[in-house]
Design a protein around this ligand. Sequence first.
Ligand code: MOS
Length: 727
Amino acid sequence: MEMNQPIGATPLDGRPDGLVGRPIDRIDGRLKVTGRAPYAYEVREPKNPAYGFILGATVANGTIRSLDAAAARRAPGVLHVMTHENVPAQGEKREQVWPQLQGTEIRFFGQPVAFVVAETFEQARAAAALVKVAYEAAPPKVSLKAALPEAYKPKPAQTDPDSQAGDFEAAFAAAPVRLDVTYTTPPQIHAQMEPHATIAEWQGNRVVLFTANQMLNRGQKSLAAVLKIPETDIRLVSRYIGGGFGSKLQIQPEATLAALAARIVGRPVKVAMTRQQEFHAGTHRTDTIQRVRLGADRDGRLSAIGHESWSDAAIGDQFFETAANVTRALYAAPHRITRHRLANLNVPITSAMRAPGEAVGQLAFECAMDELAEQLAIDPIELRVRNEPEQDPEKRVPFTVRQLVPCMREGARLFGWEKRQAAGTRREGRYRVGMGMSAAARLNPLMPSAARVRLDPDGSLTVRMAMTDIGTGTYTILAQIAGEMMGLPVERIRVEIGDTDFPMAAGSGGSFGAGSAGSALYVACDNLRQALLKAGDLAAEGAAFADGRVTSGNRSEALADLAGRGGMEATGEIKPGRLKEQFSHYSFGAHFAEVAVDADTGEIRLRRMLGVFTGGRILNAKTARSQAIGGMTFGIGAALMEDGVMDPRFGSFVNRDLAEYHVPAHADVPAIEAVFLPELDAKANPLKSKGLGELGICGAGAAIANAIHNATATRIRDYPMTLDKVL
Ligand code: MOS
């Protein structure tokens, strides 16, 4: 099915008591909390694995002058030491998957320089410490601010780094009210619970990788390019994944190295990155410098919107943070400009982290809107309402459904927004108290996906696709969709995902996972329904699937009987179509936060937080809420804590573990609630659902930042907003 026209009535409509949407528990939940769900490092299929350990560079800019692995090779249990001198030939970098151990050039701290394989993990690690590497090192270039003069326009990724409409500079200069502010955000690290891990095993010319990866089909393609073997000779298996947040969108060095080494030692090779390596050999989100300029009349009607963003990337890469992209669709104004510029630095590889672009873009832009509201003495919600666009202001096409205003209005009502006071005026004992809000918007893409379903003679259904569940609830929502479509309880649905031997699927990323994979499954089930009706010579008109049976006219047949002795199979696929260009696809929401700031110490405590969202049809009220409050928790971290602190002398992150790189803990996350307004988006996909995975983070931190200003009357423009900056 291609999305060329809006979806009409479907079997999912008009079933308020149906399976889809119900807040059922995760079907994999029990396995996970009892330790019976094998994550990549725990898979037992490959027998007798050897263990690999990555040795990373201790300089960030330079060359390897000499590398002596003799002692390591003699160390107990060592099977192989791979370096730039003996690594097998590899192909070119593909997307952000790099060939490993190439030459003597060091581009960033922690870049793998050797890979040691031994009988045990401890032996591999001990031997790695015996590899002597001497470097010719130059001072690393790690400051984005210092590199601004040489920042350039990166090669367009999905979208052009620049956009414009009208004459921004002239309109801004002529505007009666002007705001020109610069916000900065620090490097952020994915900090997912499960570090990267892979077990690689060669079966003849085919390599199987049990690995932690969000997008298996993409990983298969890029790894094939790097290993220079056909895609069909790579199988990726990721049945359970302990979080990703973008860090597992790409094949990371541990997987490539394990695959290369396993072939050499003729045994499965098992490797995990240490937490410290996650910060350096893995990826992170770049720091950004963002200039926002707003020109408006005295009633707050925007005439000019400018958002420019600078970010950095590793040497040889052009990944940039699309921080200003969302600004293209948020508010009306005839004159506009967005611009992204990039500088290459001696930093570890920067990549997509949860809500790439929007997450940090809205940290800047939604605070600038708050600043403008303050300057105009207009309520921040009212300012946004006055600039609500009729259609996408840059693409000039209608939105599929845009309920930003209802989200803000309902949020204001639920949160008690009317109690908000002028900045710096509310005091409760030693605390200054304030409220802030932000809009939330996140692209809602649809990605090609396919699914296969099989109805067995016992009346159970098996779903197969190369989809992943990174902790989001994919297993569960797929079971709900299949169950609802086929009239089967979830207990009769077996969901098998996380394997490239199954039909190609979008994977988990970009908030497209549930909608894309779920839609492919919907189509497969629809095809199976048609096949069953045909087999029973039943009229499709008015047919109802329930309780393992299909009823049509005055006949009722068991699905198992219709499927026959051999069972019955069907496939389905979904592709974006014309609607992709004819409409602007976003999920929307609004965040509200209340903070208390200690007047003496500057300590900032979040008191409560509310998000009101629209995400089309909600597939599971429980997992959707978890996604939303998880995203909001990310926003708390971005506003108040997360900060990859780089040592300019060494080009390394000094806070390279979860004790020093702070993410919110339970005590940091008080009353937090997420509410979804009813919505169906018939232009999004056949489920009429929209992406939620990253919506919760979008704007969440800005609402907190705006609350801090409301509490203290101090405007901080440098994230994270730590107490030293408030005082
Ligand atoms: Mo997301 S950054 O596409 O996992």
